[in-house]
Design a protein around this ligand. Structure first.
Ligand code: ADP
Length: 514
């Protein structure tokens, strides 16, 4: 039985974090910009262009990074193709041993990788530490999957007189991961381990806001002994570096996480030359709170998820449908929880709501807050810019609105501590409203009656359906989206994910005629 009390439910919170010297030295790179990593070499790029990676909570420049253009993407594809010739035939035990070594090196340099998440990504330590554990968990899970899945020839079947047929499963070749800025270490791990263990060589395109962890992990991979060309990193803007990846016919498969507009755009490009692509493209997650739920306990728990990484978590809750019978105490408790969040610098002890990643995001969120009001949302917490003394970051206050069925004031993903609460007459009405979004990544039902909760949760049009929990991920279960939130493929974190990084051919063999 759960022992949680409403007071014990707290927002994700920062411990004080001091930046390790090793991170500072890595970023300084002896006074030179950090290059991309292509064929095991640091490459400054033919465009002679650089960009700065900054700390969103202070705008301090952390590192200057070289931007990779068309020539560098072509070079990365070329070296990855060459490396594929031997990597695909490297025995699985050897690939697993290299992955294990890489994980050990990540553990050794945990503080540096935490600094990447906290300083470059703007995350509080409680969340960053959880993200870090995903490196090992993901590597171990996909190592065990790799040992189970039969690559190569499947069982032969007779398909005619003197004719047999069988399947042949093989890696794609060169695959690319286009990674967003909100969970850099987690999403890099979710991409690299299944892709590498199934025998592909890879190109990582980190987000321009958070390039540091991928570059650091690639250095560790070289130290672990991965052959040059197996893991390449091409930092740069989406419309330059990312676009060149999408347009390169030598990339056989792309794993993309980001916004629906960009995901749909890349898919159209890929389709021109047959590159396959899987996509996770955000959400506008809903929570249904039934009449038998404890309003205070659930309001605080929902508030914790609304604020997970300051609402910049793809599947998190931004729409709440609460039964009218408990709506008033629920709303009071959720408002109190969000109002009490400690806004501050993400590396300072006690911070619960830090800065958003860049000024564009800040503008988008502030605009969405005012649109919610103009579309009929009743303001409970008004949002707006927040000031943090001594810190020049992109801070915004939490926003909470009361709404009612038929008032469409929260139609798109707003990547912040932002939610609308809509009192409803029934669970059925809540379900219909929850499913009215074009997104479909994650949704939850909150009730002590688990049977009732499960029956409702299964009716969500979402990739992840949850009862009394949210933002759930576990290795062995698919994490993916329905509607405009994702597809195709098996989502991430399950056996189908591994299969996504492989292709299957049918082989027919007939006796020689005559
Ligand atoms: P967000 O709005 O969350 O920043 P985006 O979809 O813009 O999400 O970005 C997600 C990832 O896609 C980033 O690595 C970004 O650089 C990349 N990206 C953006 N535009 C393109 C594009 N035209 N082609 C390929 N990748 C892109």
């Amino acid at each position: 039985m759960s022992t949680a009390t409403s007071e014990s439910i707290q927002a994700f919170t920062a411990a004080a974090f001091s930046t390790p010297d090793k991170f500072t030295e890595f970023c300084a790179n002896g006074g030179k910009p950090l290059g991309g990593i292509i064929g095991g070499k640091s490459v400054s790029g033919s465009m002679n262009a650089t960009f700065q990676s900054t700390d969103p909570g202070s705008q301090e420049v952390l590192a200057t990074v070289c931007e990779m253009g068309e020539a560098e993407v072509a070079a990365a594809v070329d070296v990855a193709q060459k490396a594929f010739a031997s990597w695909k035939d490297t025995p699985l035990e050897d690939r697993i041993a290299l992955v294990n070594k890489l994980v050990q090196l990540c553990d050794r340099d945990r503080d540096v990788l935490l600094a990447c998440e906290i300083r470059d990504g703007g995350k509080v330590s409680e969340l960053a530490e959880g993200d870090f554990t995903q490196i090992r968990e993901c590597a171990e899970y996909f190592s065990s999957v790799a040992q189970k899945i039969a690559m190569g020839d499947g069982a032969a079947m007779k398909v005619g007189d003197g004719v047999k047929g069988y399947t042949y499963r093989e890696p794609w070749g060169v695959v690319a991961g286009i990674i967003p800025w909100n969970y850099p270490i987690v999403l890099t791990s979710w991409f690299i381990f299944p892709a590498l263990l199934s025998g592909n060589t890879i190109i990582i395109k980190p987000a321009e806001d958070t390039p540091l962890s991928a570059l650091y992990i690639a250095n560790l991979a070289a130290e672990a002994g991965f052959p040059p060309g197996v893991i390449n990193v091409v930092p740069g803007r989406g419309e330059i570096t990312g676009q060149c990846i999408a347009e390169h016919p030598g990339v056989r498969y792309i794993s993309f996480t980001g916004s629906p507009g960009i995901g749909q755009h890349i898919l159209r490009i890929c389709d021109r030359h047959g590159t396959r692509m899987k996509r996770e493209m955000g959400g506008n997650g809903s929570a249904i709170v039934l009449d038998d739920a404890d309003p205070e306990l659930v309001a605080r728990t929902v508030g914790r998820y609304v604020n997970q990484h300051f609402g910049q978590t793809c599947c998190t809750i931004h729409r709440v449908y609460v039964d009218k019978k408990i709506a008033d105490p629920f709303i009071d408790a959720q408002k109190a929880f969000m109002e009490d969040l400690t806004i501050g610098y993400q590396a300072d002890e006690g911070t619960q709501l830090g800065a958003v990643v860049n000024p564009t995001q800040q503008r988008r969120i502030l605009q969405a807050q005012s649109e919610t009001v103009s579309r009929g949302g009743e303001v409970l917490l008004s949002g707006g810019v927040a000031e943090v003394s001594g810190r020049d970051g992109f801070y915004i206050k939490p926003a909470l609105y009361r709404t009612e069925p038929g008032v469409d004031c929260n139609p798109k993903e707003v990547f912040h501590t932002f939610a609308t609460v809509c009192p409803v007459d029934s669970a059925e009405q809540a379900l219909q409203l929850a499913n009215s979004s074009p997104y479909g990544l994650g949704a939850s039902v909150w009730t002590p009656d688990l049977d009732r909760g499960v029956a409702l949760a299964k009716q969500f049009r979402d990739g992840t359906c949850q009862v009394n929990c949210h933002n759930s991920v576990a290795y062995g279960l698919p994490y993916g989206g329905q509607g405009i939130s994702g597809g195709p493929g098996g989502g991430v974190n399950c056996e189908d994910t591994f299969l996504d990084y492989t292709q299957v051919k049918a082989v027919y063999v007939a006796d020689y005629p005559g």
